[in-house]
Write a protein that binds this ligand. Structure first.
Ligand SMILES: C[S@@+](CC[C@H](N)C(=O)[O-])C[C@H]1O[C@@H](n2cnc3c(N)ncnc32)[C@H](O)[C@@H]1O
Length: 196
């Protein structure tokens, strides 16, 4: 069974320590996120990446945050309001994917950048899940995946739930994406960027 995040732990996601480890604004800019872009943050939680993404894309861009828990989306919305950020739309989705009427208002190939941070290992059918979201990605658009490194660490899901970098690369290739960049972020995480 997949390891699903418990919303009771949501404060951990937005700790100062995590911000120091990831430097989310810098990480997203280095990954190619720019002013004016349209972004999906899938498994956005309470907005650790969605909020800095919204700042980077600015008033000419927009961020769609997807999560299976309304509680996480409510927390993201109040944090956006506190910071006077108005370009985020949150959408509650099912575990299976995003075939919801709300996102069908979007056209295929409309999105420039998709963030999937610490979520893929929680998804039961990753290929179908990726397909649902990737159909909205423009040609030349990027997918940023952040995952737990496949080794024992103090925190995080059990080893059996983690995805190795090779598994992530294979998943990307199966979706017709071209892997373009890869790096270890810190002791716990790595990232992979691929292009459509
Ligand atoms: C570990 S948290 C990471 C949140 C955020 N991406 C971050 O890095 O701070 C994983 C999030 O993904 C959400 N999630 C899990 N399965 C999901 C699915 N199938 N579709 C959308 N969101 C999902 C969880 O509810 C949780 O908020």
């Amino acid at each position: 069974m997949a390891h699903i995040f418990n919303p009771e732990n949501k404060d951990k996601l937005i700790s100062d320590e995590r911000r120091r480890l990831f430097k989310p604004e810098r990480l997203l800019t280095a990954a190619g996120l720019k002013e004016g872009m349209s972004v999906f943050d899938v498994g956005c939680g309470n907005g650790f990446f969605a909020l800095p993404a919204a700042k980077i894309v600015g008033d000419n861009g927009r961020v769609f945050g997807f999560d299976i828990y309304q509680e996480m989306l409510d927390s993201l919305n109040s944090r956006a309001e506190e910071s006077d950020i108005n370009n985020i739309k949150t959408l509650k989705v099912s575990e299976e994917g995003a075939n919801l009427s709300e996102i069908n208002m979007l056209k295929n190939k409309e999105i420039d950048f998709i963030i999937m941070a610490n979520i893929l290992h929680e998804v039961p059918d990753i290929n179908n899940f990726l397909k649902d979201y990737l159909k909205f990605l423009k040609t030349g658009g990027r997918l940023l995946v952040i995952e737990w490194r496949k080794k024992e660490t103090e925190e995080g899901p059990g080893l059996e739930h983690r995805l190795s970098p090779k598994e992530v690369i294979n998943l990307m290739k199966e979706q017709g994406l071209k892997p373009i960049y890869s790096r270890v972020i810190n002791n716990n995480y790595y990232l992979k960027i691929s292009e459509k």
